[in-house]
Structures are given as C-alpha cells and as structure tokens.
Ligand binder design. Sequence first.
Ligand code: ZN
Length: 315
Amino acid sequence: MPAARLASISVDLDSLPHYCRIHGLPETLLDDRARTLIHRVAVPRFRDLLASVGVPGTFFAIGEDLEADPGAAAGMRQSHAAGIEVASHSHAHDYALSRRGAAAIADDLARADAAILKATGVRPSGFRAPGYTLNADLYAATVAQGYQYGSSAFPAAPYYAAKAAVMGALAALGRPSRSVLDTPRVLLAPRVPYRPDPAQPYRRGTGAVVELPMTVTPVVRFPFIGTFATTLPRGTMRAAYRACRADAFFNFELHGVDVLDAADGIPPELVRQQRDLRVRAAKKQERLRSIFQWLKEDFDVVTLRDAAGQLSATL
Ligand SMILES: [Zn+2]
C-alpha cells in the first residue's frame, strides 16, 4: 500500500503548430519564435513554477518538436536534470494515431522514444496519447514499448469538452444527480488508476501497462485540468478540488499554453480560437501556484513515473 495519497502534475507540450492543426489554421501564421514558444518560453516558466512550490512534475514531449528545435531538446535535458520526468506524447501528435495500424503506431512511438532518449539520455517510461484516444492497437504498442504507465484516459463527461458548455458545467457542479442521468459510455471508464483490459483499454483487466486517468470530479465528472484551472473563478476550482481531495491519486493535467498569453507573440488568429490565451500569463501562473500549493499540502506530489511505481503493486 502506498504510504501517502499521491498527486502528479503533468504538462502536455503541444506546440503552436499542433494548435493550428486542431483549429484548421495554416501553420504559415507562425513565425520562428511562435513555432518554438512552448519549449522556449512555457517550459522554463513551468520549471520555475514547480521549483517555486518545491514539487516535481512530468512533461509530455512530442518527438518531432525535439527534432525540429535544438533549444527544445536542450530544455528537456535541463528539465530532466532538474528532476522533472520527460515522458512521451508521441512523435507526430497524430490525432488519428490509434487508427493507423500496428506498424505505423510502433514506428511513431519508437521515434518519439529515440528523440527523448537523445535529448535527456533516458528512455521515457510513460506515454500520453494525442487527443487522449486509446484503443487496443495503441495500448498493445505501449506494452511492446515497455512503458511502465500510460496516462491517456480522460473520463470526463463529453459536454465539458465543448468550451461553450462551461456554464452548463458550472451548473452541473451543484446539481450532480440530474446531470448524470444522460450518462454517455465514457462515464463508465474508471476515474482512478487501473490495469486496462488490453482488448478494451477503457475497461479494467490485467494489462501490463497501468493507466493513470486524468482527474475528473466524482459523479459529475468535471475535469480538473489546466484550461479550467486558469480561467474559471477560484471558488469554482476550489469546490472542484475539494470534491477530489479524498482521492487516493490526483492527476492534474496541463498544457504549455496554460502559462502563455497573447503578449508572448501568439498570432491573433490563434488567440481568437483559444480564449484562455486572453487571460494574462502572470495571473494564470499565480493561480497555478496556489493549486500546486493545495496539492502539496494534501498529497505527496510525485512524478507520474513514481506514482505508477508506487501504485502498480496495489492494482
Ligand atoms: Zn496533446
């Protein structure tokens, strides 16, 4: 049994070219600075933020970003030296990765591992799927790759994914019983660490790679993620936090953009699509600092790799 309740803080380092792809914007909008902004500006800010609270973290790096920019690779080396785990967020961040077939998936994961190994000197021991989409093929590849854990399951109610539905999400926090009536299938996925069934990795089974789902609140399954943490009222996040505080494991997921704002040099076309970029970076960092502090007071904050190591014996 783990000695203490554990929490992890992880940051997906999706670079701005990947955001352009999500929003259907041309990557020609991005100048050289914008292309490397996540690694050259957000990564050091996150490193400082974690160090200022005195907690470790996990960075999920995209292989091709490390290959494209020597500064990104150097940043991962420096992060690793500072005690931050560098894990894999795939090589190309292909949203359809799970549907590409076993050979293409294996190739993508191996390329990401090689890029991370080259940057940090250590092979990654964890994986997060692009777009949080896991299936049997992708799970099998994570087993073949020898990872210790995956952290791809995002068992949130899908209506929270639509930013327009945030008000509905807020209302649902106070009315759990009604909102849960129209339960979609994703709500049946475990919200606590589990061993997946390799054939259906969102179900429990005996798979070798343990799954550490991202934290959502009990019952209404409101996702406790960086985008909401930096943009919703503090009282709302405190209420959501309290709902999860009794969990044996708290998995706080963020993105590089959570510490950036428009003034950092992000094209206005992208800012229009990502409304959280309008909130000042200093304000977002201050909010994150207090949430990291909450976690530090209530949990033993460790990297996802260490959480997997401590939890796997109990699963
Ligand atoms: Zn991502």
